[in-house]
Design a protein around this ligand. Structure first.
Ligand code: NOJ
Length: 739
């Protein structure tokens, strides 16, 4: 009986959703009929309101008056129950009482700070990543936030660009999976609950391919690259239900993305049938003027709306000029209505017309921001994000016999640097530093500390004390790297070496002859060849968040066996950039590094990276064997299965991320040497073995062809499985038949 009821409910669900959509449509139509032109434009104006409440509020009297007059549709940078209530109350004084949307950059946590997104991506653990977004949504929603400007799903292959920190790295397949997980985490399966906030797939599109890694710089790429490498994570976010998209600052092939009808009208709202709303990036409509694409602000407003940008974030182009553009016919009234409709639909879906304050609940805020479970989850995600790059002679986990541990370096006792770039409501005092984490776990061992220099290490006045501490210890943990403000927006660097005097610090500590375990913090791949050559172990910890110090200790002491894998290539030198594992062959490939004359090579560097995409060690080892295909030919429409055994051949329980790559050997468009097409995580006890399977179908073998369509071409393929892009354990040939 129960079962039947469930079946009935499931069958009725789509029609219920349909009826609900129809009801919202009807309500939006009624409202649109009542709205003046100015009120419509108001819905498309997004205002930043950092200091609008409190003692300074009188300075913003004109903006507060705009809110009361219904000239503002959404806000960013207003947060907390008290503040959102206060501002919402103003909007409700407007003629039509249309509630505001409150948006915010909740990028890696709200109060509980999680690892930066690139770090989370290194976990390759989709459930953990979804959980991270879920916690952020629960906390933010309880503080009155309806909408986060995340996830950033930009692919980037150039770590000079500071914003690699905010994405999922260089790979389209991995990036698409992570985009989906993050959207689900923020939004749940359906908006409408008071713990679900709207996600934003940003920055549409190709922002991560800025020339020379300089932020906001132009992007120039083929339509194939765009569709094949840069757009799929956006499509994945959309398929997962992303309610909103944000366009981007860059030009793409000469057209600012914000003014690109090709991106927003043809692809996003046309081909992909996106029904949600598109917000501009901060003042990106206005910036079409300095780009040299719009003659003035009025022209920018016309171009942006016509191209499909619905909301103007802090650009003041729409609020000043859109009404005139509609009156003069430069913008059709129906396009304006379409943009306004998209905003209103979201307000209805979130239930704000029923209760404009439903997200701003003081009791819920208290409970959510102090929920101890959130910190446990943050600790779990943080330790999963860490990548063991090197571990010579089993330097890690720290031996039980290590009785004196020196924790050295400018980041050893820093809290701010553990938090990373986007701290929203996190409190510094809550952060556990690496030193604190180690002290808590060290038991009877003596832990000493010497910073040697301040974060950034521009000058070093504590070297002697640091060397003395090292000499006096059994093992050194050296915490170095970037400071929190060296990566992120507008943080492009031409030198991504370890900053300041930190190499010198490493060399001095290494010269003591003591084992040196480096814990590296950063928001991007750094270049550190001497350290890579000489350190005994290197744990790449990114910016790991509130629980960072505990998570580092979990890994160092072996309470957690590291399982992170690089989501991005680590170069050897700046000259190799941009660099990705998904290289193309050339007519002159380097087959042997000793023979590079007239080959596609450098005369002063090898082509290979320092650490490859997918690399990450464990305290145990994994053996791959018995790889086979259910058939080594495949007909169109069929699928086949690739299987292999994986065994834990070491002494500790551990998690391996097995990776599937393909190469299309001959095709009408030259394909990369390797393309990630699948991965799975397997947890195995020592001695345990399991059979793993991947399904290969036409989709796996497809690419974006010269007809600008996805398709797979008959012919030969190579399938590869392994532990990293440069650690392939089995290769199998496959032929796709004509019919
Ligand atoms: C500019 C950034 O590019 C974007 O990612 C962010 O969401 C907005 N500023 C709002 O803070």
């Amino acid at each position: 009986m129960m079962k039947l009821r469930h079946l009935l409910a499931a069958a009725l669900l789509p029609s219920f959703a349909f009826a609900q959509d129809a009801q919202i449509d009807r309500k939006v139509n009624e409202l649109l009929k009542k709205m003046t032109l100015e009120e419509k434009v108001g819905q498309l104006h997004q205002l930043s309101g950092r200091q609008f409440t409190g003692p300074e509020s009188s300075k913003f009297a004109d903006k507060l008056a705009d809110i009361r007059a219904g000239k503002v549709g959404s806000m960013l940078n207003v947060k907390g129950v008290a503040e959102t209530r206060e501002i919402q109350a103003l909007a409700l004084q407007s003629r039509l009482r249309i509630p505001l949307l409150f948006s915010l950059d909740v990028i890696h946590g709200y109060k509980t700070t999680f690892p930066v997104p690139l770090g989370e991506a290194a976990s390759w653990d989709l459930e953990a990543i979804e959980q991270g977004a879920r916690v952020a949504a629960i906390e933010a929603a309880a503080s009155g936030i309806h909408w986060t400007f995340a996830p950033m799903v930009d692919i980037s292959r150039d770590p000079r660009w500071g914003r690699v920190m905010e994405g999922a790295g260089e790979d389209t397949y991995l990036g698409s999976q992570i985009a989906r997980a993050r959207v689900k985490g923020f939004q749940t399966s359906k908006l409408g609950g008071t713990d679900a906030i709207m996600a934003t797939a940003k920055h549409f599109a190709a922002y991560g391919a800025a020339i020379a890694g300089r932020d906001y710089n132009a992007v120039d790429m083929s339509e194939q690259q765009l569709h094949e490498v840069y757009l799929p994570p956006f499509k994945a976010a959309l398929d997962a239900g992303a309610a909103t998209f944000m366009n981007s600052f860059n030009t793409l092939n000469g057209i600012p993305a914000t003014g690109s009808a090709h991106l927003q009208r043809d692809i996003l709202k046309g081909e992909w049938k996106f029904k949600g709303l598109v917000v501009s990036d901060w003042a990106s409509i206005k910036e079409m003027v300095p780009h040299g694409y719009a003659a003035d602000l009025a022209d920018a407003a016309t171009r942006a709306l016509n191209a499909g940008s619905d909301i103007d974030m802090e650009g003041y182009a729409y609020t000043k000029h859109l009404a005139d553009a509609v009156k003069s016919g430069k913008v059709q009234a129906k396009l304006l209505d379409d943009a306004v409709r998209r905003v209103l639909v979201k307000k209805f879906e979130l239930g704000l017309f029923d209760d404009p304050y439903r997200f701003s609940d003081a009791a819920r805020e208290q409970a959510a921001l102090n929920d101890p479970k959130h910190r446990e989850i943050a600790r779990d995600v943080a330790r999963k994000s860490m990548v063991l790059l090197k571990n010579d002679n089993n330097a890690l986990p720290l031996a039980a016999g290590a009785k004196r541990i020196a924790v050295i370096g400018p980041l050893a006792d820093s809290k701010r640097d553990l938090e990373g770039g986007w701290v929203v409501q996190g409190e510094r005092a809550d952060v556990v530093s690496i030193l604190e984490g180690i002290r808590r776990r060290a038991g009877s061992a003596t832990v000493t500390h010497a910073a040697a220099c301040a974060p950034g290490c521009a000058t070093m006045d504590g070297l002697d004390a640091a060397v003395a501490a090292a000499k006096d210890a059994d093992v050194v943990v050296l915490a170095i790297g970037e400071t929190w403000d060296m990566s992120g927006e507008a943080k492009s660097r031409t030198d991504i070496g370890v900053p300041g005097q930190q190499n010198k610090l490493f060399e001095a500590i290494k010269a003591t002859g003591k084992p040196v375990v480096v814990v590296m913090l950063a928001g991007r791949p750094l270049i550190f060849n001497t350290i890579a050559d000489q350190a005994d172990a290197i744990l790449y910890a990114w910016f790991p968040g509130t629980e960072g110090g505990n998570a580092v200790a979990d890994v160092l002491f072996g309470d957690y066996n590291p399982s992170g894998k690089l989501p991005v290539t680590f170069p050897r030198n700046m000259g190799q950039l941009p660099l990705s594992y998904a290289q193309y062959s050339t007519g002159r490939p380097v087959l042997d590094e000793k023979n590079i004359v007239y080959k596609s090579a450098y005369i002063d560097s090898v082509n290979t990276p320092r650490y490859a995409f997918g690399h990450g060690l464990s305290y145990t080892s994994f053996r791959y064997s018995g790889a086979s295909l259910s058939s080594n030919t495949m007909r169109p429409g069929q699928s086949i299965t690739l299987s292999f055994d994986i065994a834990n051949s070491g002494k500790a329980a551990g998690t391996e991320t097995v990776q599937l790559y393909i190469r299309d050997l001959v095709s009408s468009v030259v394909r990369p040497l390797k393309e990630l097409k699948g991965f799975q995580q397997v947890r195995l006890q020592p001695g345990e073995q399991r059979r793993i399977s991947f399904t290969i179908d036409r989709n796996t073998l497809s690419f974006f062809n010269t007809q600008l369509k996805w398709g797979a071409e008959p012919g030969d393929f190579k399938l590869m499985v392994g532990s990293a892009s440069d650690d392939i354990r089995a290769e199998l040939p496959l032929r796709l038949l004509e019919k």
